[in-house]
Design a binder for this molecule. Structure first.
Ligand code: ATP
Length: 293
């Protein structure tokens, strides 16, 4: 095999709790992640030499094209570990908005690790891939597998859950940038100690109870990000106004998503939001149970 194309799917957090800051500076998380049907597309082609040549189409200016790109870092990390992994020409078609709370960069990095494995027949086991992935970023191990997963530790301790019941999402990314690092710094200074009911969400997912999933949505980081960026609350209200059964900010923001129980409601909300000037980028998506399909 000389060339391979992979989809790198975005994620949302159905619930996200931040427990405490560890001595190594990372935060202990407890979050239920869900893959959604919005994806970047990456084509990887073997090279004769050890170069990594990355071309990006469709990205916003804040996505680096150089060695800082997570795709580049992921391939380099695999090459460092496996002498038999050679260079690659990579074309990244970017659709997932960056710095949005949807792990777009992490998904690209995970796709790159999987592509190295396939193209250069490295026969990596899951553990090896996860070790490389967590060195790139906390969300990268999850992005290797996707689906509905409870992620703990810094994100690398994964417990697969039952697939979500039928539901549809509308996601709104306001035209602002949110720095994940700043959100966590601000969280450390915050006195409030509300925590989402992660156990309740896990039970709702296991029961395949769509209404309970909508009820148990919760994100510890909303109380940090939203006061700094009130536009996020406006977008949440816009989604509720369009009939969403539940609405939440994903990750550290600023993307918010609404849950709808049928496709028609989802389309109606999407069209209504598209008519609102300056609202930001709007996407329709569905849960993806298996990223290899
Ligand atoms: P998370 O939900 O994991 O916090 P995010 O959606 O907030 O992720 P990303 O889109 O993954 O953020 O990227 C965050 C930053 O990483 C961007 O601002 C960009 O500078 C950098 N970056 C590096 N590689 C990529 C990539 N392949 N795609 C997008 N951003 C990238």
């Amino acid at each position: 095999m000389e060339q391979i194309t992979k989809k790198a799917y975005a994620k949302i957090n159905l619930t996200l709790d931040v427990r405490h800051k560890r001595e190594d500076g990372y935060h202990e998380l407890r979050t239920v992640m869900q893959t959604v049907s919005l994806y970047d597309e990456l084509t990887f082609q073997k090279r004769e030499d050890q170069e990594i040549v990355l071309t990006i189409r469709g990205a916003s200016p804040d996505v680096p094209c150089d060695r800082k790109n997570l795709v580049y870092r992921a391939v380099s990390a695999v090459m460092e570990r496996f002498e038999t992994c050679g260079g690659m020409d990579i074309l990244l078609k970017k659709r997932i908005p960056s710095a949005a709370g949807m792990a777009g960069g992490s998904a690209d990095a995970a796709a790159a690790i999987l592509a190295c494995n396939d193209l250069y027949e490295l026969h990596m086991d899951e553990r090896t891939m996860c070790e490389i992935a967590v060195g790139i970023g906390a969300d990268v191990p999850y992005c290797l597998f996707g689906g509905t997963v409870l992620c703990e530790g810094i994100g690398e301790i994964m417990t697969p859950l039952t697939d979500l019941p039928e539901m549809y999402f509308v996601m709104v990314k306001p035209d602002i940038a949110v720095s994940t690092a700043e959100v966590y710094e601000a969280l450390d200074r915050e006195a409030a100690s509300w925590h989402p009911d992660v156990g309740g969400m896990i039970r709702a997912v296991k029961r395949k109870d769509a209404r309970a999933v909508a009820e148990y949505l919760g994100n510890r980081l909303e109380s940090v990000t939203i006061p700094r960026h009130p536009v996020i609350e406006d977008r949440k209200q816009a989604l509720y106004g369009c009939g969403a059964e539940g609405v939440l900010m994903s990750g550290s923001g600023p993307t918010v998503f609404g849950i709808f129980f049928d496709r028609e409601q989802q389309s109606l909300a999407y069209e209504a939001l598209r008519g609102m000037e300056g609202i930001g980028q709007i996407y329709m998506a569905e849960p993806v149970a298996d990223i290899r399909d």
